[in-house]
Design a protein around this ligand. Sequence first.
Ligand code: ADP
Length: 924
Amino acid sequence: MANDVMIGFWGKDRSVIGKPLVQAVPELVGQPFISLLQNVWRTGITYEAKDTPAELLVYGKLQTFYFDFAYRAIRNEQGKVDCILHTAIDVTELNLGRAITARAREQQEAYERETELNGQLNESNQKLEVAQTGLNDLNCELERRIHERTAELAAANKELTAINEELLKVQQLLIERTNELASTAETLRIAAESASVGTWSMTPDGEWFTTPEVKRIYGLSPDESLTYRQALAQVRPDYVQYAMDAVDASLAKGEQFNVEYPIIEKAGGTERWIRSVGKLMQTQGHNNGYLYGALIDVTESKQDELALAKLNKAIEDEQEKLYQFIMQAPAGLALMRGTDYVFSIVNSEYQAILPGHHLSGRPFFEALPELKETAVEQALLEVYTTGETRRFYDQLVPLPDFEGEPLRARYFNFSYHAWRDELGHIDGIINFAYEVTDQVNARQKVEHAETQLRHAVAAAKLGSWHIHPVTRALQYNPELAQIFGYEGDGLMTYDQAIGQVTEEHRSRITQEIEQAINAGGDFDITYTQRRFNDGEIVWLRSLGRITQDQNGNATIFSGIVMNITEQMHSRLKIEQAEEMARLSIETADVGTYVLNTEILAFVTSPRLKELFGYHPDEELSYEAFVNQIAADYRGKVLEAVQETIETRKKYSIDYIINGLHDQKVRWVRSYGGLYPDAQGRYTQFYGVIMDITEDKTDEQRKNDFIGMVSHELKTPLTSMKGYLQMLQSKARKGEDTFTTGVLEKANKQVSKMTTMINGFLNVSRLESGKIQIDLQRFDMAELVQETEEESVATISSHQVMFAPVEETWVNADRDKIGQVMNNLISNAVKYSPGDSMISIACVTRDGKAIFSVKDEGRGISPEDLPNLFERYYRVQAVKDTNIAGFGIGLYLCCEIIKRHGGDIWAESELAKGSTFYFTLPVVE
Ligand code: ADP
């Protein structure tokens, strides 16, 4: 960088910017300036000089100029001279002036000397005077010009002073910065020295500077020389390439290098390990920078490291051996390390014991959390702390097969041995294990069976006996004596025992015993015997077996005997009961069947086949049986059977069947139920079927009769009602209040009778399937509204409250639904005290309109609730009062609602009141 004034001094233009000085101003070569500059660069000391001539090529002419100038070193942050500030003032003209003045003075002196010496030369004095005047003029002119120039210089000087001040400030700052850096460097130096760190730097030209510490590390005395080459030559040959490559690689990336390598000391040839770190510092304008580095002797730690590596290798080898041993062991072996017992080696046999568990690398109690706080935890701790081996045999260790599954009782033989590290400290546990669950279970089963047998023999009061095959000597247990009622002092003999057997069994028994002893084989006989003490006859069953030696000779004949009197008696009772049932079935003329609900095997009695129009010896399958049921009833029957199978409820249903061969139509009533088979599974459907055609016909006749009578009664009643109304209007006109009153009552009775007769008519229509449902779409709200109006007009005895009803569309027989509503309301009136509240509502829920009538009346007992909707059903207590009714209202209501696909039911509490509900499906 140079300003225009400076460039002007040099007689150059701006093209010189960026060129080295020697190129920009080549004429300076050979003049002192270049070396002066180099000196400033090296030393950093400012060079100042005045009136210094410089040969410069200006306007193509080499001329001498005079300058006052200074070279000032400027340092960078690192305190290094980074550039030089060159200031200069051209004082050439000033110099020229001075030279002329000096010459004039010399001439004057010469003249004076001449005048003095040659007074005679007056003539020439004249000329000289002229010259003098000219010279004086010139002098004046020169003085003036010098004056002017001096003023200019003073101004320039002032400027220079300002620049100088500026420079001083910069200098000051630089000094401070340098001091700072110096102190940092000092600190670093101290640190480096105290840490025995050798530091070095390499100039871009490859000059290598080191601190004495570097030499010390290389095993040299401070005054011995150490060049870079020498240093490199000392690196152990096998590391030279490695170290150089590492340095190059990190330098290429602009990163710090950090390598470790061994060097061989020159004297003695001892090996030392060195760590070398360093970094390239780029200097401005240079491609290469300074390389700074530090060295440290790491021999000791390296040796430790190597020793450790060796030790580790030895340990690894040792562990490898252990690993191989464990892995190849023919039993379950695992090594758990550390206080957490981490599974570090697990062989396949061990893993096979715990197949669903992840073990390797996991702490023992993390892999097997279910073993926490068990004997196992305690044992592990003991082994770990005392080093003593613990062994367990047939130990119950409840463990799941897979992690997270329920525990299973499992048995193991296992041991824990302390495992010690190379220093002999306990560092783990070797666990040896094998599962013995199967063996333990098998043994327990045998033991269990044995105890069970012993207990069973005692509990079942089984007597046990041994008969000597040759001597017939008898041995027995106390239970046998008890069964036999033997209270004698000595042992009971074989003959005594046989003597108690009742006459009809005795010979058979002796024969069987002889045969068993002689021919071998099992012996099982049931007989009666008279007890010794009370003479009571008891039923006994005796089981025995003969044991033979190698030669086939009977060695021992032994067995048990049990008292089966009770069983025999109850069997007899069952047989009797069965006989009675058979008799009653026969006399009741009932058909019976058993259906296996799983395989649909169907066994029927001859009477049943007869009812179905089959020949008694003909096969009747379940399918054929179902086929004979009248089509209208088949579905219902199958449904009822299915319900019994699913719920085990009793089965009861009436239906019509068509006889196969006889083509007879029969009404039958069937009862049945589901019973367990021999395995206790409910697969047996037992049923009875009886012919009720006769009853049904009677009923039909009765219905027909009621229907006919009701129908016949309707006409006269209608006429009667008409006559009564006529009489009433006449009485009203004659203002005969008594007659009007009586007629009013008569009219009410006739109305009641009409309702009753209509009821009967409806029942008979219903029975004969003649009831008609005329569906139409209507709004329940409107129907309830009408019902309300009617109720308000007719009911004054109770407080009837209708809740508001929202628009609710249904598809139903409007008249019949109205009838149902009225019926429920009139029942509420009938069965609750006067002035009590009756609340009526109709709401929609889950696509159903729910109509309800709530009263505060007598209520209905839970036993009566399910039967209310049966034909002619009346609660007994009601029958005892004089409330009129036939028990057909609710029956009709129920039939109507059911035919609409709705439900009807009541909820009630005795003495509190009842609520009757029915539902109808809502339509859009
Ligand atoms: P009826 O009222 O003619 O006897 P229903 O079929 O209408 O015949 O009723 C059957 C029986 O149900 C009645 O006899 C009565 O015992 C009982 N019952 C009906 N409604 C109510 C009610 N709201 N409160 C108490 N009991 C009732």
